[in-house]
Design a protein around this ligand. Structure first.
Ligand SMILES: C[S@@+](CC[C@H](N)C(=O)[O-])C[C@H]1O[C@@H](n2cnc3c(N)ncnc32)[C@H](O)[C@@H]1O
Length: 203
């Protein structure tokens, strides 16, 4: 199967939600990775703690199909949803239902001229705030300084919604607290790239 390297999230095609809403069991905690690609991170989380539901959001539908096939075959509590995350969070999750959000290495769009295509913007931050439970955790990781800084700015501008766990305008220096790695994180660590992390809590 041919998997596209990038898609432009600003295309009008992505305005309408065309994915399938995941079935969420009442009382079962929900973790979400935005831009999950192959969902390595979520499959590893599911192996660590199979009592939760893991939802991967992805704009490349080929990857959504691959993740859902793997989940069906393995029985892992992982489901991928085709969407444009900045636009569709409220169509996927009822308000106040998500326990944790991961944004791992969000962007292929690290050049300044592609800034508008970046995933972590005000719309995404407000969307996460709406679907997150009070106290929900958010982790953002990137190996691209500009992308990490932009993401921090987007969350800090909404300090009425999120508190920075490491202190206002600070990166998190305690490493990845969850003990599993996405494909990009593994790759960055193995090639010695720096990783910038920020952690927030929904207030
Ligand atoms: C660089 S990859 C990182 C994948 C994975 N999180 C990891 O760390 O290995 C970023 C992923 O986010 C997806 N993506 C980018 N913008 C998106 C958006 N607006 N909504 C949903 N997914 C998006 C891309 O298609 C891509 O698969």
């Amino acid at each position: 199967m041919r998997i596209r390297q990038h898609v432009n999230p600003l295309l009008s095609f992505y305005e309408v939600f065309r994915g399938e809403r995941p079935a969420l069991a009442p009382g079962r905690p929900v973790e979400v990775e935005i831009g999950c690609a192959d969902a390595q991170f979520l499959f590893e989380r599911a192996a660590q703690d199979p009592t939760r539901t893991y939802v991967g959001l992805e704009i490349r539908d080929e990857l959504v199909d691959l993740v859902n096939k793997r989940a069906r075959e393995s029985g892992a509590p992982v489901v991928a949803v085709f969407c444009q995350a900045q636009r569709h969070l409220a169509e996927i999750f009822p308000p106040g239902t998500v326990d944790r959000v991961y944004i791992n290495f969000p962007d292929p769009w690290f050049k300044r001229r592609h800034e508008k295509r970046r995933m972590v913007d005000d719309a995404l931050v407000v969307g996460i705030a709406e679907i997150a439970k009070a106290g929900a955790e958010v982790l953002v990781q990137s190996d691209v300084w500009d992308v990490a800084l932009d993401a921090m700015e987007a969350f800090e501008r909404r300090d009425e919604l999120f508190a920075n766990v490491g202190g206002a305008w600070s990166f998190w220096r305690g490493g990845n607290p969850y003990g599993v790695r996405s494909w990009r994180e593994q790759n960055a660590e193995e090639t010695g790239l720096p990783i910038w992390r920020i952690r927030y809590r929904r207030t």
